[in-house]
Ligand binder design. Sequence first.
Ligand SMILES: Cc1ncc(C[n+]2csc(CCOP(=O)(O)OP(=O)(O)O)c2C)c(N)n1
Ligand SMILES: CC(=O)[C@@H](O)[C@H](O)COP(=O)(O)O
Ligand SMILES: [Mg+2]
Length: 618
Amino acid sequence: MNLFDLRSPDDIKALKEEELKELAEEIRRFLIMSIAKTGGHLSSNLGVVELTIALHKVFDSPRDKIFFDVGHQSYVHKILTGRIKEFKTLRQYKGLSGFQKRRESVHDVWEAGHSSTSLSAALGMAIARDLQKEHYQVIPVIGDAAFASGMSFEALNQIGEQQRNMIIILNDNDMSISKNVGAIQQTLTKMRVSKSYTALKSDLKGALSGNQAGNALLKAMRSVKNAVKENVIPDNIFTELHIDYIGPVDGHDIGELIKVFESAKQHQGPLVIHVITKKGKGYPYAENDKEGKWHGVSPFDIESGRSLSMLPHGHKSWSEIITDAVCDLAEQNKQIVAITPAMISGSKLERFFSAYPQRSFDCGIAEEHAMTFAAALALNGFRPFISVYSSFLQRAYDQINHDVARMDLPVVIGVDRAGLVGEDGETHHGVFDIAMLRSIPNLIIAQPKDAKEARSLLKLAFSGNHPFVIRYPRGSEAQSTECEAITCGTWVKYPCIAEAKAIVIAYGSDVDKIIAKAKVNEIALLVVNARFFKPLDHNCLDELAQMHLPIFVYETDLLAGGLSSAILEYGNDSGKDWEIHRIGIGDHFVEHGSLPNLRKQEHIDLNTLFEELLHVIR
Ligand SMILES: Cc1ncc(C[n+]2csc(CCOP(=O)(O)OP(=O)(O)O)c2C)c(N)n1
Ligand SMILES: CC(=O)[C@@H](O)[C@H](O)COP(=O)(O)O
Ligand SMILES: [Mg+2]
């Protein structure tokens, strides 16, 4: 079958098992070729090819609701639902999203990007269906790491109690972004490899070969389980929650998957089907990836596996710059510990984890738990550094407020991926954290403009005794080992040339870019590096007000509640009579695309700033 003829799942309903296996191989080849060109989430999608084909073969999307937790592994679903032609635009501005989007297709019945929402959503859909007296299947597909997250267990607790019909596909590849962690994973591994479950599986195969329908199958399952229950099989975490369980099932055996899914159609009440897959299947570099290098990739050379995107000379990622600084501080200060909620590779914490394994903790996808865990370590004499992507930090708002800030505990929170991130789109743009955190008492919130300031701010953070938030963007910066003393809450003024005609207050790496652009264009500006969002530098603001010049506050984050809001609040409270121009992101979510395109679309690119500046001062 030509993949490009695929319009809807109906096109595969008549295919026989052998043809479906060929389809799987064609899709696998297409994924590797296409993602090598565009970048994207490679290994998770290679792992769910047969699983997704079998789901669309057996169930009737969009009537039956098939959806994916996080959604980064929904590319095969998109191919089978008529979107293969758009894959050349994957994650590009106005192109195909890397996650499920309702605007793209009727087959995208849910949206995510953040982990572990699928089971709660499934219960909502199932109860809506029942209350409306409708009849369709609700089928969340959830990975082993997303399953081991708090929100998933909150949902399972109610699913077990509600006993609504749903088919939970647990896609267990024993991987999060890198190797999965935690006791729940250990339990799943035991279930996956224990002989009794394998024995049970061969009995299951027997039952299936007789083509027994659902309940008969489960009766067979239960009789087998009861038969072996005395000696080996304890009830598992699912049955203890009154959720039936079938598994483990080979997630690459289309025939077996179809039989199990067919049987599941008749099942009454919630059912978990434990599917075992190989993340990265079919592409050796990704199959053998333990560090998570092939989870989310930039364009790469298929033959060598080499990435085609290189950092500018002398640059390191901001994540690495921060980790290097924390490692150097940790050499002197044995109380420094590092915590990550499942993002070791994304946050580039590998150096810390290998240098200080006893002082390194990966909590799994559990931002809420990780933050309170950090608070208790700080309360008991340690100096935790917890790195969380800005958008995932939204999960830990109450823990920052209720545990870290209220008790005024010295936790250093590295807010990675702060600002627009680009290709991952609205669920991942880290544009809310300044507004989200600025109202919490006791927090210090800062952003460095370069590597030297990053090291200086971290030195200040670990020398103080208060919760300290340091935010930094996706992307890279020239590395530096320099460091200087910084007084908390102080901004820095950079007069560009001659008598300033306007003031620009900015932060992060844009500060130096604005200075350079003003010099090249011989525009007389005073540029202020507002490296602290909290506390504001009131002395500096008082001085700026005295200059009676137009003040441009240039933000690359949400305007509402951000830096300019804080400045306006101060101006109001201190009776300032000043002219403030605000540039930043308006009251809407920002879609996916490359950063230059998004900045232009949001009118937060430097050209927009300078156009507005010149409009005022000339
Ligand atoms: C709240 C939240 N935290 C972290 C992430 C980053 N993240 C995306 S996918 C992923 C791993 C998912 O592992 P799993 O659920 O097992 O799916 P797999 O990729 O193995 O198929 C993580 C940690 C996220 N999307 N949302
Ligand atoms: C799906 C998900 O949430 C992560 O894989 C995320 O896409 C990683 O983002 P970075 O590529 O910025 O590390
Ligand atoms: Mg996984």
